[in-house]
Design a protein around this ligand. Structure first.
Ligand SMILES: CC(C)(COP(=O)(O)OP(=O)(O)OC[C@H]1O[C@@H](n2cnc3c(N)ncnc32)[C@H](O)[C@@H]1OP(=O)(O)O)[C@@H](O)C(=O)NCCC(=O)NCCS
Length: 202
């Protein structure tokens, strides 16, 4: 069951040099350029369509995608964030599969440009978004699923203290095949003072 209401735009959320905000129409060209420039960095981890009909990211205009993503906000089904470093757009963080009712849960996916990697950008961006999802949206559970081969992404959930739930065999079609994923969760009752506070304390 979806959330059943539109989600208000939370504006710019920041911690140090890192910011997140909902994607805008004016981000389309910058995103396309980043996706095109980062093919070898991203393609191993990108979702693909089992039919083989996937469009190569960065090869087409992002404007239709931005429109579809922003529609999720109005439908209460997702929150399409972009990730900023010193105000510059360097990646995306997508909150999807938002469920209301008795679940109050969602999934998070993310990527950053290779030139911005290794500075804690994604880890901070995830913390900012989770604090919003728990404190402002009232969700109860945030799930992140990661291929077991993706060491950098596994470090993101490890640094944030996510709980490991287990492996989902052949869970998502990634880079041309069905791939196993390790599933990690954050629960609101285990968030303590929040995820940004947790990072500050480290
Ligand atoms: C996974 C990813 C989002 C992490 O983003 P990030 O902003 O670099 O995250 P962090 O800076 O917190 O670093 C996480 C880990 O990445 C690794 N890392 C650091 N610098 C790196 C670099 N230049 N290149 C590759 N990995 C690096 C380290 O193991 C680091 O952990 P550490 O802080 O203990 O050293 C990013 O590597 C990425 O976009 N990868 C390609 C797409 C992808 O894998 N998406 C996630 C699918 S589940």
């Amino acid at each position: 069951m979806p959330l059943g209401r539109a989600i208000d735009d939370p504006g710019l959320l920041t911690e140090g040099r890192v910011g997140v905000r909902i994607i805008r129409w004016s981000d389309a060209d910058r995103l396309r350029q980043l996706l095109a420039d980062n093919r070898s960095w991203l393609e191993r981890w990108e979702a693909t369509h089992p039919s083989g009909r996937s469009v190569v990211p960065g090869s087409v205009s992002m404007r239709p995608t931005v429109r579809v993503l922003r529609r999720q906000l109005r439908a209460g089904s997702g929150m399409p964030f972009v990730v900023l470093l010193d105000g510059e757009l360097v990646g995306q963080l997508s909150v999807s599969e938002i469920s209301g009712g008795a679940l109050q849960s969602c999934q998070i996916g993310y990527w950053v440009s290779q030139h911005a990697a290794g500075q804690g950008v994604t880890t901070t961006a995830v913390a900012l978004v989770i604090d919003f999802l728990f404190a402002s949206l009232g969700l109860h559970r945030v799930e992140i699923c990661i291929r077991p081969e993706n060491g950098p992404s596994l470090r993101v959930v490890e640094k944030l203290g996510f709980r490991h739930e287990g492996r989902r065999p052949s869970y998502i079609h990634i880079d041309g095949a069905w791939r196993d994923h390790e599933c990690f969760v954050a629960l609101r009752e285990e968030a303590g003072a929040g995820y940004v506070a947790r990072l500050r304390a480290d």
